[in-house]
Design a binder for this molecule. Structure first.
Ligand code: NDP
Ligand code: 8X3
Length: 257
């Protein structure tokens, strides 16, 4: 089996300013791939560009902005316009309140980003890969798309959408030369919990306290593996957890005695 030469890959990754997306951008560029790095924080993108120079092209972009996303992806300069890996990774969780107490604005932001923004990315970037008969579409799903936990209500539902959308797109493009993979991590220490808890670093730290969570680099390695496998192999889903994490028991709430 011969793995693909990373130098033949051009990765377009959303959410490249932090966590899983940043680690994936670094993993690919570090192996000689070109990278189109997308995110809203310009200074973070500039730092990535400074690290890898001509291998990196940056796009300061809010993936929820439909017009800006389509305009940016259709006007990439050569050779970045020949991207052949698209990692729709940008996303977030907001809050951990039960459904009857959660903020509606948070629900809307999660749906706008994890679903609608992700769809803009795919619809703007996929046709060119299908036309070139070569590419790989990778999503960041989550274990929260399969397993429920208190407070995951809308976040988990958006990731269930990502999972099923990924499988459905694969059904559409199988045989076209484009591959599709859903990456489904569990506990991974990034800025995810700081964002979820509105900047409360102490509460975010408590999520990982006493555990050895996965890192952005651990997830980036999974993306890199799936994308460098020979083109006749499609990894449909990769689900991973920290070694100290597993499924909870079913909940049974008894009547008071
Ligand atoms: P981070 O908060 O570290 O990174 C999130 C990234 O998404 C940032 O680069 C951020 O960039 C970007 N982003 C968020 N909203 C937008 C937007 N509207 N437009 C453009 N970019 C945006 O968290 P993670 O790396 O952990 O999260 C990456 C993905 O992984 C998410 O989809 C998350 O749901 C998923 N995930 C995370 C897990 C975890 O435990 N950490 C486990 C399973 C899945 P910027 O703010 O600069 O725009
Ligand atoms: C992030 C993993 O378990 O915090 O998607 O929802 S979890």
């Amino acid at each position: 089996m011969t793995m693909l030469d990373p130098g033949s890959l051009t990765l377009l990754v959303t959410g490249a300013t932090s966590g899983i997306g940043l680690a994936t951008a670094r993993r690919f560029a570090g192996a000689g791939a070109r990278v189109v790095a997308v995110g809203r924080r310009a200074e973070r993108l500039a730092a990535l560009k400074a690290e890898f120079g001509d291998l990196v092209h940056t796009l300061v972009l809010d993936v929820c902005d439909e017009a800006a996303t389509f305009a940016a992806f259709s006007s990439l300069p050569a050779p970045f316009d020949a991207y052949n890996v698209v990692f729709a990774n940008a996303g977030l969780a907001l809050g951990l309140e039960p459904a009857h107490e959660a903020r509606l604005a948070d629900w809307k932001t999660m749906v706008d980003t994890n679903i609608t923004g992700m769809l803009y990315t795919v619809r703007a970037a996929l046709p060119a890969m299908v036309a070139r008969k070569q590419g790989h579409l990778v999503f960041t799903g989550s274990i929260a798309g399969d397993y429920s936990y208190p407070g995951a209500n809308v976040y988990g539902a958006t990731k269930a959408f990502v999972k099923q959308f990924s499988l459905n797109v694969w059904a559409d493009v199988a045989g076209s030369g484009v591959r599709v993979t859903n990456i489904e991590p569990g506990l991974t220490e990034t800025e995810f919990s700081v964002v979820r808890f509105a900047g409360d670093q102490g509460r975010a730290d408590s999520v990982y306290a006493g555990t050895e969570p996965m890192t952005g680099e651990d997830i980036a390695e999974q993306v890199f593996f799936a994308c460098t496998l020979p083109r006749h192999v499609n990894i449909n889903r990769i689900q991973s957890m920290a070694s100290q994490q597993a499924f909870g028991p079913l909940v049974l709430k008894r009547n008071p005695v």
